[in-house]
Design a protein around this ligand. Structure first.
Ligand code: NAP
Length: 241
């Protein structure tokens, strides 16, 4: 049993990878450039007694992504990735008037086009085996829209809509497709944000932990969540509902 977590080398993705390993999955983590973090995660996964491998590819690059996934498939004849977590993401915040075109494009490519690049090659094996779990890591920003994040809100909002659409396409094949929408979570991504000021707006009065997001993703990836599909579940400490 294999699971793939994009951006599984650090932060929320690493926590998800560890949760899936504890569920008994052999875990494939993807990363872009931080090899050291990827190797640390592989070590943690192997300590849990599962097979773990890292695939370096840029999820925003279609050719690179498809080639990496095809190679994996060729090297694992008879196996398939039954759990896919589309987690890799970046932010490049600015008010729209100041936002450079490359920052708009990069965020759309990494957070939204990646959904197409990664999911499509893995879908046919899930259909053939009549089982699959796809979980997309969206954001509060994609539900509410946040100032300074027109690019990121558009990408995550698009990801939520794609989640709902794909769920309706593949439900009959016993494949569920869901999204989670975290609020502020303590990872490298929120470095530089004023946590003390922001947490005052959060009813639970704190940022979330990566493992709290991972627990929800792991549930959606489990057999117990078999009757949930096309959902986007908010996990934001009460910030927005
Ligand atoms: P993070 O700590 O910055 O980690 C990002 C991960 O994504 C890393 O593993 C990174 O790989 C990988 N990555 C980035 N660009 C990539 C690319 N083009 N191709 C392949 N891998 C790529 O971020 P995080 O906070 O864990 O965020 C994970 C997800 O949660 C993202 O989709 C983010 O938008 C979402 N999210 C986060 C928060 C939050 O507050 N943290 C809130 C809502 C949603 P390298 O290590 O190689 O760089």
């Amino acid at each position: 049993m294999y699971a793939l977590v994009t951006g599984g080398s650090r932060g929320i993705g690493r926590a998800i990878a560890l949760r899936l390993a504890r569920m008994g999955y052999n875990v494939v983590i993807n990363y872009q450039s931080n090899k050291e973090a990827a190797e640390d995660t592989l070590h943690m996964l192997r300590e849990l007694g599962v097979e773990a491998e890292a695939l370096r590819f840029d999820v925003s690059n279609r050719e690179e992504t498809v080639a990496a996934l095809q190679t994996w498939q060729q090297e694992h004849e008879g196996e398939y990735i039954e759990v896919l977590v589309n987690n890799a993401g970046i932010r490049r915040d600015n008010l729209l008037v100041w936002m450079e075109p490359e920052d708009f494009d990069r965020v759309l490519q990494t957070n939204l086009m990646s959904f197409y690049n990664v999911t499509r090659p893995l879908l046919i094996p899930m259909i053939v085996h009549k089982y699959g779990r796809i979980v997309n890591v969206a954001s509060l920003s994609g539900q509410k829209g946040l100032p300074g994040q027109c690019n990121y809100s558009a990408a995550k909002g698009g990801l939520i809509a794609a989640t709902k659409a794909l769920a309706q396409e593949v439900g009959k094949k016993n494949i569920t497709v869901n999204a989670v929408a975290p609020g502020f979570v303590r990872t490298d991504m929120v470095e530089g944000l004023d946590e003390a000021a922001l947490k005052k707006q959060i009813p639970l009065n704190r940022f979330g932990e990566a493992d709290e997001i991972a627990a929800l993703v792991a549930f959606l990836a489990s057999k117990d969540a078999g009757y949930i599909t096309g959902e986007c579940i908010a996990i934001n400490g009460g910030l927005y509902s």
